[in-house]
Design a protein around this ligand. Structure first.
Ligand code: PLP
Length: 327
């Protein structure tokens, strides 16, 4: 209720106090995050989907994640493009326009009060409208969204000490002929198995190869190598990361040569610098892969320049959709 509704009320000052308290409570309610579910914005802890939703029972779901930094969404049109392409590839249609999806995201983040946030948009297959049907065309697809305080794939404390990764030996990336990595998905069985392998061996994270032994990606990130001033990254078997795209654009601007090509493990291990990219953390140096240490165990100079430019781009008005917050 707007404050002007209290104008002339005999208990004006008390009501204004209660209103302010209400706003504080609202902010507290959303401090852990908010969700947009069927047109309502609710605390993240209250958001749920039916246990019969094929998103859960068949992993029949797609999603995307846009970062919010200092109150602005970064490259929102690019994330919406990718989300729409993922939905189209899976024959998902939540019956919402792009504008409606965008405004759901913006209203949710505005209500949450979160200035730095990890904002997920999701479309699940839903539940068949004909009981017991196994026909995906009988499902009513379901869009929902949620936002939480900004998430980093590797915590800043670990990055400060030097993050490590191993190349998984016990699992390969699921073949792109089976699950297309360009369609952002929750088929994380391969990553989870790899993460257990990495953690058991004392590494922070894991990098997966394809069946030919070429580097693909890791849980939530793309992988880059720098060798003799040239930036190398895989062009197949990976998500077209928006951060990856940003990195490639920055690298060109910085005058680095870019080579998108199959990346054998030997090439990665022979690199001068290695880093990963993700909307959850930006450009993150990896100082050790398996037993190979890069750039003396610190963030190398080229990675540092790309990292700095990434955060400059995050602040650039041209790439931002500013949020008008409710509080
Ligand atoms: N690869 C995978 C498998 C991911 O899940 C992600 C992000 O979640 C990325 C790469 C990085 O993509 P982006 O830079 O768009 O966050």
């Amino acid at each position: 209720m707007p404050v002007h509704c209290f104008a002339g009320h005999p208990n004006l000052s008390r009501l204004c106090g209660l209103y302010a308290k209400g706003l504080t409570i609202l902010t507290d309610v959303f401090s852990e995050g908010a969700a947009w579910m069927r047109g309502r914005i609710i605390p993240i802890g209250e958001a749920c989907i039916p246990i019969t939703d094929w998103g859960l029972t068949h992993c029949d779901i797609t999603y995307d994640v846009v970062p919010v930094w200092n109150g602005g969404m970064f490259r929102l049109p690019a994330y919406l493009d990718r989300f729409e392409a993922s939905m189209a590839a899976l024959h998902l249609d939540p019956d919402m326009t792009r504008d409606a999806i965008q405004s759901a995201l913006i209203q949710m983040v505005a209500a949450s009060g979160l200035r730095n946030s990890y904002v997920a948009m999701v479309c699940s297959r839903g539940t068949p409208t004909i009981a017991g049907s196994r026909d995906p065309r009988h499902c009513r697809n379901h869009f929902y969204a949620w936002c939480v305080p900004y998430v980093q794939v590797i915590s800043p404390e670990v990055v400060a000490k030097g993050a490590s990764a191993c190349i998984a030996q016990t699992v390969q990336r699921i073949p792109d002929g089976s699950v297309d990595p360009i369609v952002k998905n929750y088929h994380w069985g391969d990553f989870t198995k790899g993460l257990f392998e990495a953690k058991d061996a004392g590494f922070e994270t894991v990098i997966l190869t394809d069946a030919d032994g070429n580097i693909t990606e890791g849980p939530g990130f793309n992988v880059f190598a720098i060798k003799h001033g040239k930036l190398l990254t895989s062009g197949h078997g990976v998500l077209s990361g928006i951060t990856r795209r940003t990195v490639l654009e920055i690298a060109t601007q910085l005058g680095l040569q870019v080579d998108i090509r199959p990346l054998p493990q030997t090439v990665l291990l022979d690199a001068d610098e290695v880093f990963i990219s993700s909307s959850a953390g930006g450009v993150i140096p990896i100082v050790k892969v398996n037993e190979t240490v890069f750039a003396g165990g610190v963030c190398g100079p080229a990675t540092q320049s790309i990292h700095q430019s990434y955060w400059d781009w995050m602040a650039a008005p041209a790439y931002r959709t500013d949020i008008i917050y409710n509080n």
